[in-house]
Design a protein around this ligand. Structure first.
Ligand code: RIB
Ligand code: CA
Length: 312
């Protein structure tokens, strides 16, 4: 079985970093490119962090492109309060030596989708959807060429994490999310409803550290830093590893359960902008446009993650 071709669109972010490492450690996947977008921290840092992560994984062969530095129609909102000033606070890692790949991330997404056979590339957005939406607006012909979009974003039963109503990735660029959710592409949404069940614990973080490798050490130290915010806010034992859920789903979908429902994005209301309105109980006749993931086998998820990180 040939590896599944993916593009990871990302705003690293410690949890993005773990997701990227999981993908790079998994031979079932071929990462065609990593495209950076402004989100957790500004673009100059997310593109730098993406290269730091590739170098940590000894994968400087992966093309990294810088993309959009602000949302389609809003001022950029960042999340240094969660991820720290660099976006990858925790371990001290060297500045990247590998260069950015030439060309804007949006052009890279368009070129790859036009180059690869129709239906052979999956998009894996882990941050605001600005790059993806811009590519669709600039080159509508690529929409039908996308195999699937498996993203981290949104919330329903779990409500918001950046406002009472909205999850960060969707909140930052609700207009972009609305474009992607209306695209008609087969969509799998990993919202806070599932990622808040993928919680770290001391034992799980120590299992990363016990790998005894630079990757294991970095992941443990990222998680140590990243979890302080969520543990204090939610009073939970650990922090949600949001973005790795996307990659784990590609590797072992049986670890996840969800429902095919309609999900729309609020873009007008100042109070609920970025809210993902998930018709979980089918009370509208709006077409089902997404598989909305609600549950995870978290023990198996962390076993998979640790086993794969051990390969780097
Ligand atoms: O709300 C969680 C999401 O926002 C994650 O993707 C995290 O990395 C941030 O981008
Ligand atoms: Ca992210």
């Amino acid at each position: 079985m040939p590896p599944r071709k993916i593009i990871i669109d990302t705003d690293p972010g410690q949890d993005d970093a773990v997701a990227i490492l999981l993908a790079l450690a998994s031979p079932e996947l071929e990462v065609l490119a990593i495209t950076a977008v402004a989100g957790n921290v500004p673009l100059d840092l997310t593109q730098k962090n993406a290269r730091i992560i590739c170098e940590l994984a000894d994968r400087t062969d992966i093309p990294v492109h810088a993309g959009c530095d602000r949302p389609l129609a809003r001022k950029l909102v960042t999340a240094e309060h969660v991820h720290g000033k660099t976006g990858l606070d925790g371990p001290t890692l060297p500045d990247p030596v590998m260069p950015l790949s030439g060309g804007h991330a949006v052009d890279a997404i368009i070129d790859i989708l036009r180059r690869e056979p129709t239906g052979s590339v999956t998009l894996c957005p882990l941050g605001p959807l600005t790059n993806i939406a811009t590519a669709f607006q600039r080159a509508p012909d690529i929409i039908e060429r996308v195999q699937q979009i498996v993203l981290m974003g949104g919330a329903y039963f779990e409500v918001g994490n950046i406002t009472p109503a909205a999850e960060f990735n969707i909140y930052v660029d609700p207009e972009a999310a609305a474009v992607v959710f209306a695209s008609g592409i087969d969509l799998v949404i990993h919202s806070l409803d599932v990622t808040h069940k993928a919680l770290t614990s001391r034992a799980r973080v120590e299992a990363f550290r016990d790998l005894g490798s630079p990757v294991g050490k970095a992941v443990a130290e990222w998680t140590d830093f990243f979890e302080r915010y969520d543990k204090e806010k939610y009073g939970s034992e650990g922090a949600p590893l949001h973005d790795p859920c996307v990659i784990a789903y590609l590797l072992k979908p049986v670890l996840f359960t969800g429902r095919r429902i309609n999900v729309e994005v609020e873009v007008d209301s100042p109070l609920t902008r970025g809210m993902t309105v998930a018709d979980w109980w089918g009370v509208t006749d709006r077409p089902a446009n997404a598989l909305f993931i609600g549950d995870i086998d978290d023990a198996a998820f962390f076993d998979l993650l640790t086993e794969r990180l051990a390969r780097l």
